[in-house]
Design a protein around this ligand. Structure first.
Ligand code: NAD
Length: 337
């Protein structure tokens, strides 16, 4: 298969070439993001391989279909950025990487929790400047605190296991409770109960119509004053403007983000010599109790190897059987919750 790989970074190339060592497929690596303007770069390709910030709208899908593309191979688990109905209409199958390393994302979420709590990001800078004052670095014991996990699928389950190990009481909200979590002692509650009881809230649900801006003004009003909020799921699960208000009035004690509503124009690029035009994002950066990483939770060696292997596996299966190994069905586009 001829595969056009959009949004290629050096690590994508390295891991995909390794997974395609036997040369079964012809991969062409393209740096631009997939958009309506760049879709024509896929001319001659049988498959298009995309990441989370590529635009796979109806317009793009139709264009790809008319160019002869028959497979969309997502290098991600999430598929909220793909118009699945349009893909089906254009005769394009969609394959994804359902599970690459839940540990990668879960461990990053825990890294955000630990950093925000013990302020190691601030301590690092202070000590390098010869400032050994402890003021402003006060944390709390995680042991005995209540951690609320929204979405206890693959990633949420690992977070539950890690936080249980810290001695936390773990509560969760999920329309489909996970028996492994229940066996760990996790209590399932309504989202309202979870918000009012948690000292730390970590979001691990997919972006769906039901979870879009799940954390909005009314949700913040239910939270324990000073609670920590962690989002490594999708930016749109929180209403960023409401969260900024919550940070200003102290409702939110600290905020850790690996994803952001408008990240498409920011993340994965070096903008250090430019002015960031997004005032909401710029405001977030001014808070000492906010820690943002640029969608790097997945970024471990194990996860990249698994993403590349599954992606090539999807392409090989499609070539052989006409279906990717991990097919995203159109009904997934229709809200179940
Ligand atoms: P998963 O499908 O295994 O688990 C998702 C869980 O969320 C399921 O148990 C589901 O029942 C639950 N859920 C669905 N709707 C819900 C709702 N309204 N409220 C509460 N829970 C709900 O997925 P996963 O592999 O654990 O990944 C979770 C999400 O993490 C992905 O959808 C993706 O958006 C995000 N993610 C982020 C990164 C990153 O690098 N930051 C990497 C991978 C995945």
């Amino acid at each position: 298969m001829r595969v056009a790989v959009f949004s290629t970074k050096p690590h994508d190339r390295r891991y995909l070439e390794r997974a395609n060592e036997d040369g079964a497929h012809r991969l062409s690596f393209l740096e631009p993001r997939l958009t309506a303007e760049t879709a024509s770069l896929a001319k001659g390709a049988d498959a298009v391989c995309v990441f989370v910030n590529d635009t796979v709208s109806e317009e793009v899908v139709e264009q790809l279909g008319s160019q002869g593309v028959r497979l969309l191979a997502l290098r991600s688990a999430g598929f909220n950025h793909v118009d699945l109905v349009a893909a089906e209409a254009a005769g394009i199958a969609v394959g994804r990487v359902p599970a690459y390393s839940p540990h990668a994302v879960a461990e990053h979420a825990v890294a955000l929790i630990l950093t925000l709590n013990r302020k190691t990001h601030r301590a690092y800078n202070r000590v390098r400047e010869g400032n050994f004052v402890l003021d402003g670095l006060l944390g709390f014991d995680l042991n005995g605190k209540t951690v609320g996990i929204v979405g206890t699928g693959l990633i949420g389950e690992v977070v539950a296991r890690i936080m249980t190990g810290f001695g936390c009481r773990v509560i969760a909200h999920d329309p489909a409770p996970n028996p492994t979590c229940e066996a760990l002692g996790v209590h399932y509650l309504s989202v309202e109960q979870l918000l009012s009881q948690s000292d730390v809230i970590s979001l691990h649900c997919p972006l769906t119509p039901a979870t879009h801006q799940l954390i909005d003004g009314p949700a913040l009003a239910r939270m324990k004053r000073g609670a920590m909020l962690i989002n490594t799921s999708r930016g749109e699960v929180i209403d960023t403007r409401a969260v900024i208000r919550g940070l200003k009035d102290g409702t939110i004690g600290s905020l850790g983000l690996d994803v952001y509503e408008e990240e498409t124009d920011l993340f994965f690029e070096d903008l250090s010599n430019r002015i960031i035009p997004d005032d909401v994002f710029a405001r977030l950066l001014t808070f000492p109790n906010v820690l943002i990483t640029g969608h790097q939770a997945f970024f471990t060696e194990e996860a990249l190897a698994a993403i590349a292997e599954t992606t090539i596996g999807n392409v090989t299966a499609f070539e052989r059987d006409g279906r990717p190994l991990h097919e995203v069905k159109t009904q997934a586009a229709r809200p179940a919750e």
